[in-house]
Design a protein around this ligand. Structure first.
Ligand code: FES
Length: 545
C-alpha cells in the first residue's frame, strides 16, 4: 500500500465501513464522502482505512434486502474483529444498511460513529412534488387502472429520483437514520441533512474528526447506549410517523446492546403524537422541508417532555445538551405538541387469535374507517398466487373484504419481503377504491400507506394461526382495543391445525439453509438466534485463534 511507519504508528486506526456499490443509488455519493471522512480523520491525528461492506440496495436485491441484513451485521462485526483497527465510521442509509451496520458495531463494541447517507432532494414532475415510494405506489395504481400510459409512468420515474441519497419520504431509511441519531450514535442533526447539501460534506468530515477523539476517550457503543436511549429512539420513531420496519430493527439493535426491547415498548410509546408532517403519515412535506424546518434536533426539542435527556451520545455529552438551542422554523412541518399530525401514535400493535405474538398497523397512514372493521377473508397462500389472481375480473371481492396473504414471513418469504401492501384488486381500483384491509406475515415499505396489517407472528410457514384462516372466515379488527381475531371456534381451529402440513423447505444448502434454521420471528427482531446477546461465550480475539 505504500504506507510508512509514520503514517499510522501510534495513531488511532479508523475503519471506514463503506456500503457503496455501482447498484445502490442511495449511496452513489459515498465514493466522495469517504474522502471527506478521511480528511476529518487525518485532521484529528488518526489514520483511516476504508473497508467495503455489503451494499444492500433496496431497489435491486431480491427477494428482499431483509434476507441479508444479518449477513451485513455479521460482516461488520467480523471486519472490525479481524482487522487491526481502533474505531469505526459506519456509512449507510438505504433501509437495511443502518440496522445491519449498527447491529454488528454494537456487538463488536469498538468506538463507532454513524454517518447517514442523507435523503435525496424532493422529487418534481412538472411542478408537482413527488415523494419516494409513496408516489410510486400512487401512480402505479393509476397505471394499473389504465388512467396513465407507459410514457407518463416513465416521466414519473424520471421526476421522482432527482439526486443521490436515500428515499426522502419518512420511509424506513429516514426512520432508521433518525432513530440512530436519537440513540446518540451519530452527530446531532446529521440524519436530516439532504445528501447533496454542502452541510453533508462538513458533517462527514466532522464525524471523521470525532471518531478519533472517541478512540482517545475510549467511548464505545456500550458507553453510549442505555435502555433510555432505546426508549427515546422508539418515541422519536412515533413522533416522525415512522416506518413499520422500525419495530423489527430497533428490537434487534436493542437486544444486541443487551436490552430486552419488545413490542411492549412500542405499545408503551404509542401515546407520543406524530409531529413531523412528512409523507406518508403527513400529507405534504418531505425530508428536505424537515431539514429546513430545523431537522431532528428541533423535533426532539419539541417533544423533550417525552424524552430522557440524560441519555448519552457520541458527542460525549447528553442528548439534552446536544439538542439545546435547537429551534423549529416552520410549525406546519414540525408541529407543536398541541397541534399534531396524528394524536395517537404512528404504530399500533394488535394481538388476538390470528396473531398471538403480535402484528402491527400504521393507523396514521390508513383510512380512519378501517380502524374498526369486520369483513370476510379472501386468502392467498403465496405471493405468486396473489399476483396471478388479484386482477381477475371474476374475483369475488368488495371493499369490505379482508385480503390475506401468507407464506411471506421470515422463513416463508424468505426474509419477509415488502409484499404487505397487497395491490387493490383491479376491478375495485376501477371503481375508485384506494384502500382496504390487508393482512400478511410480510413487511411493507416504510413509504407505503393503507390499512395494511403486517408482521403477523408466528408466521404461517411455521404453522401460526394465519396458516389456518380460510376464505370466507369473518375477521375482526379493532385498533382502539388492539385486537385482531378470526371468528372461528377453538375446536374448528384445532381440527384445521391437526390437518395442516408444513410447506417444504425452500433451501437445501447455503445461506438460505442457515437463515431458515436460525432466524427469529418478527416480534423478536428477526436476528439470528446465535448472534443474540448472551448466546455462548464471547468470541476469542483473532490473535489467539
Ligand atoms: Fe434506498 Fe429507498 S431505495 S432508501
Amino acid at each position: 500500500m505504500g504506507y510508512g511507519q509514520e503514517d499510522w504508528s501510534g495513531k488511532p486506526v479508523i475503519a471506514i465501513l463503506n456500503t457503496w456499490s455501482d447498484i445502490n443509488p442511495c449511496h452513489a455519493h459515498f465514493k466522495h464522502r469517504v474522502e471527506d471522512i478521511k480528511r476529518g480523520v487525518f485532521q484529528a491525528g488518526g489514520f483511516p482505512i476504508e473497508l467495503p461492506a455489503l451494499s444492500l440496495s433496496e431497489n435491486f436485491v431480491k427477494p428482499s434486502t431483509m434476507l441479508y441484513r444479518n449477513m451485513l451485521a455479521m460482516e461488520v462485526e467480523e471486519l472490525l474483529r479481524s482487522h487491526p483497527v481502533d474505531g469505526a465510521v459506519l456509512m449507510g442509509g438505504c433501509d437495511k444498511t443502518t440496522p445491519g451496520l449498527l447491529m454488528g458495531a454494537i456487538s463488536m463494541d469498538l468506538p463507532a460513529i454513524y454517518v447517514p447517507a442523507g435523503p435525496m432532494l424532493s422529487g418534481n414532475l412538472r411542478g408537482e412534488v413527488l415523494g419516494s415510494g409513496a408516489d410510486t405506489w400512487k401512480y402505479w395504481d393509476k397505471r394499473r387502472a389504465g388512467e396513465i400510459d407507459q410514457k407518463e409512468w416513465q416521466a414519473v420515474e424520471a421526476g421522482i429520483a432527482r439526486s443521490y441519497g436515500h428515499c426522502m419520504t419518512m420511509g424506513t431509511a429516514s426512520t432508521m437514520t433518525a432513530t440512530t441519531e436519537a440513540l446518540g450514535l451519530s452527530l446531532p442533526g446529521a440524519s436530516s441533512i439532504p445528501a447533496p447539501d454542502s452541510n453533508h460534506i462538513r458533517m462527514s468530515a466532522a464525524s471523521g474528526r470525532r471518531i478519533v477523539e472517541m478512540v482517545n476517550e475510549d467511548l464505545k457503543p456500550s458507553d453510549v447506549l442505555s435502555r433510555a436511549s432505546f426508549e427515546n429512539a422508539i418515541k422519536v420513531a412515533m413522533a416522525v410517523g415512522c416506518s413499520t420496519n422500525a419495530i423489527i430493527h430497533l428490537i434487534a439493535e436493542g437486544r444486541r446492546a443487551g436490552f430486552d426491547i419488545s413490542l411492549t415498548d412500542f405499545e408503551a410509546a404509542s401515546h407520543v403524537p406524530v409531529l413531523a408532517n412528512i409523507r406518508p403519515s403527513g400529507d405534504k412535506y418531505l425530508m428536505q422541508d424537515f431539514f429546513y424546518a430545523g431537522g431532528l434536533p428541533a423535533l426532539m426539542m419539541r417533544m423533550k417532555v417525552h424524552l430522557d435527556l440524560t441519555a448519552k451520545s457520541v458527542t460525549g455529552g447528553t442528548i439534552g445538551n446536544d439538542i439545546s438551542g435547537a429551534e423549529v422554523w416552520n410549525d406546519d412541518v414540525i408541529r407543536p405538541l398541541d397541534n399534531p399530525v396524528y394524536a395517537k401514535g404512528a404504530l399500533a400493535v394488535l394481538t388476538g387469535n390470528l396473531a398471538p405474538d403480535g402484528c402491527v398497523i400504521k393507523p396514521s397512514a390508513c383510512a380512519e374507517k378501517f380502524l374498526k372493521h369486520r369483513g370476510p377473508a379472501l386468502v392467498f397462500d403465496s405471493y405468486a398466487q396473489m399476483k396471478a389472481e388479484i386482477d381477475d375480473p371474476d374475483l369475488e371481492v368488495t371493499e369490505n373484504t379482508v385480503l390475506i396473504m401468507r407464506g411471506a414471513g421470515p422463513v416463508g418469504g424468505p426474509g419477509m419481503p415488502e409484499w404487505g401492501m397487497l395491490p387493490i384488486p383491479q376491478k375495485l381500483l376501477k371503481a375508485g377504491v384506494r384502500d382496504m384491509i390487508r393482512i400478511s406475515d410480510a413487511r411493507m415499505s416504510g413509504t407505503s400507506y393503507g390499512a395494511c396489517i403486517l408482521h403477523v407472528a408466528p408466521e404461517a410457514f411455521l404453522g401460526g394461526p394465519l396458516a389456518l384462516v380460510r376464505t370466507g372466515d369473518m375477521i375482526d379488527i379493532d385498533v382502539e382495543h388492539r385486537s385482531i381475531n378470526m371468528d372461528v371456534s377453538e375446536d374448528e381451529l384445532a381440527d384445521r391445525k391437526a390437518a395442516w402440513v408444513q410447506p417444504e423447505a425452500k433451501f437445501e444448502r447455503g445461506y438460505g439453509w442457515m437463515f431458515a434454521r436460525h432466524i427469529t420471528q418478527a416480534n423478536d427482531g428477526c436476528d439470528f438466534d446465535y448472534l443474540e446477546t448472551g448466546f455462548g461465550a464471547p468470541s476469542p480475539e483473532p490473535e489467539i485463534l
